[in-house]
Design a protein around this ligand. Structure first.
Ligand code: SF4
Length: 701
């Protein structure tokens, strides 16, 4: 049997792979795919195991009212149960009584169809998704500074071509190992890698400079570096004058960020800060990339803006092999935020409160613009409102395991339990599915076709490689079946290629314009970078003024953005005034240490998939701490430790390492527990919860 070219189901690198076989599935290298060139991490190599997993759900389950237990149901019955309850709630309480929760791992087609289903079939404004908890702070900052957010505005391989690469809050070597080769290659060419992280992770082994700040102080660090860059005379004055606006007040605002003050706030020695500023100031090309460590804070979007301010002052953004980018996390973290499953957006990165956007998208959908609801609640606010007065009474969950991934999850669990109806579409009995009233078993990545948009903005195609097991259906089938039962004014296709073409039309003219991309182009070109407008006329020639360099009617896509102008109204990047606020919750006598959370190499996100793969190490959660802290609380490596915050408690073995700050503990978030502890304080702009830092107490258990 010929191998099918497809992509790993997990992170935003979307490594290309080949999949062959029928009963026994074999993953092999797809060397021609440029992003990973055949390299994969162990999660990718073992990903096929889940396709034939014994815990796979293959029949819908409906909770029996008399026993409280699940019982098998056929698809018609399960969809009828869901549709009848939704219709009843909508009739009694209005369309916003139904909520929809999506995921950053859904294909573009599913994300698009989910947004359309919510607005057209349900008529609800109450839709958001777990990507809100992933990169929304970077998205918010990028939009404000550049007029447009695309995680990396350049191909990943550009990392090797810069002079100094700064990673802020990223553990690239463990979260996407094939990408780490770019750090090695950059250093081999004489470039420098700087890592900023409260933990000395294995990424630090690939860095020339390692800076270890107190969690929640990255903004102050960036302000200080900007202060030092100004003081050192390293500002690119011509660039600032011709390509940016708003520098003067920002310049004045960082005047007080003396390195000695920053040392007290960040814990980073003033000398290290001066050395780092000189390294950046004297480099020709500087690239600054943030990840969740810097972004998942109640001041996450301001933190990203502070790093963008620094990159702009150095004259780097919108130039080759330099600038600012965000390392997106989830598999479709990029595309998932562009096509309408976000509370405030319509397809093509259009805003739902923009009358022109509503008119365009409504036209593609075949409905009246004023029939579309307005802006809904952000992900955490949506969950908080469940079962409350004026909040949704039913929730449909696609591609998300809320009970592991939401912050302050004890509170979220109470809200889920207050619903009249919880419906979860999943392939296994995840922790969230286990609380549902109806569970709908779905197809997996290799069993269906669809596009994803990787961290570079490259739209790629997952080709169906195998036939799904009997009894499961695609999310697209479920949406179509429910829309029909709910008497939606328009039908919902189940054909991914047809949906992608419609998505292209809906995105046409928007910021994330996919209208010039087709499945065939993606196959032929190993992915296409958006924006890629359709530049052809009905006779196939290029529209006036839109012909490409070779005169063809095919837009080449946009690997590098902003080289000529930014996407702001005036074409200039915008400096933003920001202020260090620190973590929303500071250590005190009761909770004296900082808690930070993150990932480990062998696991992915909520672990619903990777925890079920036998070949991936699953030793469960642990509490990482410095030997000084372990000594103070009288524990040792492997001994049970109780960690508490104002929101919850968990017990796990201590992992004693000298690579973490003595004032900080780390807990991985792939298992139930870490997010019982995390803080639900939200960023005012992005509504990102403060996953990355809160105050905690640890004692020997
Ligand atoms: S998890 Fe990420 S880095 Fe690992 S193989 Fe999959 S896409 Fe590649």
């Amino acid at each position: 049997m010929a191998a099918t070219e497809t992509h790993c189901p997990y992170c935003s690198l979307q490594c290309g792979m080949k999949l062959a076989g029928a009963r026994t599935l074999e993953v092999s290298e797809w060397k021609e795919f440029p992003v990973n060139q055949g390299a994969m991490c162990r999660k990718g190599w073992t990903s096929a195991e889940l396709l034939r997993h014994r815990e796979r759900l293959t029949t819908p389950l409906v909770r029996d009212a008399a026993t409280g237990e699940f019982r098998p149901a056929d698809w018609d019955e399960a969809l009828d149960v869901v549709a009848d309850k939704l219709a009843e709630l909508r009739a009694a309480h209005g369309p916003d009584s139904v909520g929809v929760f999506g995921g950053g791992g859904l294909t573009n087609e599913k994300a698009y169809q989910l947004g359309k289903f919510a607005r057209v079939a349900l008529g609800t404004s109450q839709i958001d998704y777990n990507g809100r908890w992933c990169m929304s702070s970077a998205a918010s900052a990028g939009t404000r500074a550049f007029g447009l957010d695309r995680g990396l505005p350049f191909p990943l391989a550009d990392l090797e071509q810069t002079d100094v690469l700064v990673l802020v809050g990223s553990n690239l070597a463990e979260t996407m190992p094939p990408a780490a080769r770019h750090l090695v290659n950059l250093r081999a060419k004489g470039g420098k890698v700087v890592l900023i992280d409260p933990r000395r992770t294995s990424t630090a082994d690939k860095a020339d400079v390692f800076v270890q700040p107190v969690p929640g102080t990255d903004l102050a660090l960036a302000q200080t570096l900007l202060h030092l860059v100004i003081a050192g005379g390293w500002v690119d004055e011509e660039y600032v004058a011709t390509r940016t606006t708003g520098f003067q007040p920002v310049k004045e605002s960082v005047a007080s960020w003396w390195p000695e003050r920053a040392e007290r706030v960040t814990g980073v020695p003033a000398g290290e800060l001066r050395d780092l500023a000189r390294l950046l100031g004297e480099a020709d090309k500087v690239m600054i990339l943030t990840a969740r460590g810097a972004e998942q804070h109640a001041s996450g979007s301001d933190t990203v803006l502070a790093w963008i301010n620094l990159a702009l002052a150095l004259g780097q953004c919108g130039t080759e092999y330099a600038g600012y980018g965000c390392l997106t996390g989830q598999g479709n973290g990029q595309g998932g935020r562009e096509h309408g499953q976000k509370a405030d957006q319509l397809p093509g990165y259009r805003m739902i409160d923009d009358p022109a956007a509503r008119e365009h998208v409504a036209g593609v959908w075949g409905v009246q613009p004023d029939s579309l609801p307005g802006k809904g609640r952000s992900a955490y606010e949506l969950l908080e409102a469940l079962g409350q007065e004026g909040g949704p009474k039913a929730l449909l969950v696609f591609g998300s395991n809320i009970i592991v991934s939401a912050p302050n999850v004890n509170h979220v669990a109470e809200r889920l339990d207050a619903l009249d109806l919880l419906v979860v579409a999943d392939m296994v009995m995840s922790e969230t599915a286990a609380r549902a009233d109806v569970v709908l078993p779905i197809t997996q990545w290799a069993e269906e076709t669809g596009t994803m948009t990787n961290l570079e903005g490259r739209v790629i195609l997952r080709n169906q490689a195998i036939t799904p097991p009997e009894g499961v259906r695609s999310d697209l089938d479920i949406l179509s079946g429910l829309a029909e039962r709910l008497k939606s004014p328009v039908g919902f296709s189940t054909d991914p290629e047809e949906i992608f073409a419609e998505l292209g039309r809906a995105s046409a003219g928007g910021k994330a314009d996919y209208s010039g991309i087709t499945y065939q182009r993606i196959r032929d070109e190993h992915g296409v970078f958006w924006p890629c407008p359709d530049v052809s006329t009905s006779d196939g020639s290029a529209r006036p003024g839109m012909s490409t360099s070779d005169g063809s009617a095919k837009h080449p896509g946009t690997p590098r953005m902003f080289l000529e102008a930014f996407a702001t109204p005036g074409g200039r990047a915008v400096f933003h005034l920001v202020e260090h606020r620190g973590a929303a919750e500071q250590p005190d006598d009761d909770y004296p240490v900082h808690l930070t959370t993150g990932r480990v190499l062998a696991q992915y996100q909520s672990g619903a998939q990777t925890r079920r793969v036998r070949e991936l190490t699953d030793d469960g959660a642990f509490i990482e701490m410095h030997p000084m802290l372990a000594g103070r609380i009288g524990t040792a490596d492997g001994e049970p430790v109780r960690i508490s915050t104002r929101r919850g408690v968990m017990v796990a073995p201590a992992r004693v390492v000298s690579t973490i700050r003595p004032d900080t503990v780390f807990v991985p978030f792939h298992w139930v527990g870490a997010n019982k502890l995390t803080n639900d304080a939200l960023d005012p702009a992005s509504r990102m919860p403060e996953f990355k830092v809160c105050a905690a107490s640890v004692v020997s258990a």
